[in-house]
Design a protein around this ligand. Sequence first.
Ligand SMILES: Nc1nc2c(ncn2[C@@H]2O[C@H](COP(=O)(O)OP(=O)(O)OP(=O)(O)O)[C@@H](O)[C@H]2O)c(=O)[nH]1
Ligand SMILES: [Mg+2]
Ligand SMILES: [Zn+2]
Length: 346
Amino acid sequence: MNLEDLGWSAHFQGQVTEEEWPETAPARVIRVRRGELWLQGDDFEHVVPPGTDSRDIDVDRPALGDWFLLDPETHQPIRRLERKSILKRKAPGTGRAVQLIVANVDVLFIVSSCNDDFNLARLERYIALAFDAGTTPVLVLTKADLCENPEDYAAEAAQLGQDLAIECIDARDPVSSAPLKAWCGPGQTVALLGSSGVGKSRLTNTLRGTDEQKTAAIREVDSKGRHTTTERVLLPLEGGGWIADTPGLRELQLYDAAEGISAAFADIEALAAECHFRDCSHDVEPRCAVTAAVKAGTLPARRVENYRKLRAEEALARETIGQRRGREKVFSKMVRDIDKDLPKRG
Ligand SMILES: Nc1nc2c(ncn2[C@@H]2O[C@H](COP(=O)(O)OP(=O)(O)OP(=O)(O)O)[C@@H](O)[C@H]2O)c(=O)[nH]1
Ligand SMILES: [Mg+2]
Ligand SMILES: [Zn+2]
């Protein structure tokens, strides 16, 4: 396996000095299993045991897809290279923890099915997530074969962005899934995200021509998946790219994603620039270009509502991040002051 096939590029090479290069072996995290990091180098594999670092807010923790420089003899990690992109979300629950999903992804396949799973507001979250990470979103609508009108789903999804790539497929069928190969070229890293049961693992298998990833039929009563995939893994594609299969997400709460939200709602932000009031909330204000577009029927009210909701969530999260930083500052000053009071040693 050569490093380019693993996704190595000028972005990473540029972070390694000439002196350092002969003294290190680069390797990529291809599996995260109960805190263990499985590293793949050009001619070796190495497993790093779970770290003791339990800081839950730390975005510097290792993630699937990360690149490390290792000691060429012992294969111990020396340092992690700066990421090209990181897909992250607020960890489920009420805490403030961030969950890192996959690093160094080029293209995000946002997978949903042409059934009850399909939800525009949720798709908008995924699109914001993709843009925030600096990856290209592709909407993959599976189970087109089980649905009479897949084109209706595609047409609805087209509201979500003019240049958005949308593919309706039967994820079990290599011919139907073939258009997705355009994003899976040599050195490219593609990640799959979506609810449980939408066919992420099935599609992974189809694109790879294997049946390595376990899949399971969804529950008949409510079309919900069974959370079959339980670990994140990066798998090689035939054409030289890599694909990350991930466990289905029950919810997607954005984390520090203001830029992603702006990019996902670029149409609304362009209109907002025309509003009479600079701090217009596009609600009750007069001369609001956004509500005017809704009235004219050129912008769905649903979309504006979700935009406002995501922005409000973001504002709330931001406030607490700020408060937290404030607390940390006070705390570290306290520690310094305590230090000052201690008798000098030696
Ligand atoms: N008919 C049809 N079945 C599909 C399609 N995509 C997936 N399936 C089936 O749907 C079920 C769920 O697929 P999985 O690949 O396990 O779903 P997943 O997204 O990986 O689910 P989790 O691992 O739980 O997150 C399996 O029985 C698949 O064979 C499709 O496009 N058409
Ligand atoms: Mg799966
Ligand atoms: Zn307005």
